[in-house]
Design a protein around this ligand. Sequence first.
Ligand code: CP
Ligand code: NVA
Length: 329
Amino acid sequence: MKIDEMEASDSCKIQVITLKLGGVFMTKHLLTLADLAKEEFETFFKRAIELKEKQKNGIAEPLLAGKSLGLLFDKPSTRTRVSFETAMIQLGGSPLFISSKDTQMSRDEPIKDTARVLSRYLDALAIRTFSQEVIQEFAESAGIPVINALTDAYHPCQVLSDLLTVIEHKGSYQDLKIAWVGDGHNMAQSWINAAGTLGFELHLACPEGYFPDAQILSGAAQKSNARITLNSDPIAAIKDADVVNTDVWASMGQEAEQEARKKIFAPFQVNAALLENAAKDVIVLHCLPAHREEEITEAVLEGPHSVVWDQSENKLHMHKAILDILIRT
Ligand code: CP
Ligand code: NVA
């Protein structure tokens, strides 16, 4: 692959090297879905489907033999950590989990120094942290692809694998009505980024005071394809929806607000009565971990519309696609 051109990314104000991949321009880093063109989303979906098919047929793909992925995490993780580690192993490479509290970053070594040093050892770095600015700062100094494995602002890899699940169950994301019910936090904001570019209908219902960031929303809404609505009415959002999504009411870092949020978010629970308003063949997504009888009932999570275990599995296949595309191109 040759470096085709360099351009500045408005959304994150860093220089992004764009590489040519079979006619599709791929960004070097994966920091937010707002940076991706529709063709780039499609490239990730296509590659994940191919790699999943190969794995199901027992065909090994050691495409990243000799390569290493660092996973620098500031927050807990079950799925994202294990699926990235397994993805790297299945592709013939090696994952290294790095708890940031065990690094010199915990003793104030600057991000730009850490990024440059880690770039001399690793071939890619997945980061889970609080502030999106930290990930951006890493990307500015790193000579290797930086992947957002969740920040307070976004969870882009999760929404890519969630869309893969939608494609598998519904054939396509096009012409679908997708509902988001709950907190307007990182997951909702990545769904907004995706909707702006891909053009499916996205209807969000969030309690007042817990809306997504206005700038993220307006950035997506001004794209020509965007069909996004936001209000505090879960019934309106879910009406005839093909896909219903929710997430915990108190995200990592918001534990102190947990009890207060339980009261505020109670009308936004995804339960059987609310789901009656959706399309008959609606699928229910939850990125997990789930808090049963809070944002979702046990009956819905374990019920016939739930596809959460397929959704969880798809993190592995999508992470393989992300690593393959970012590291090899
Ligand atoms: N969905 C998700 O990111 O889960 P983990 O926090 O377990 O990684
Ligand atoms: N919004 C949740 C997602 C967990 C995968 C959080 O940030 O904790």
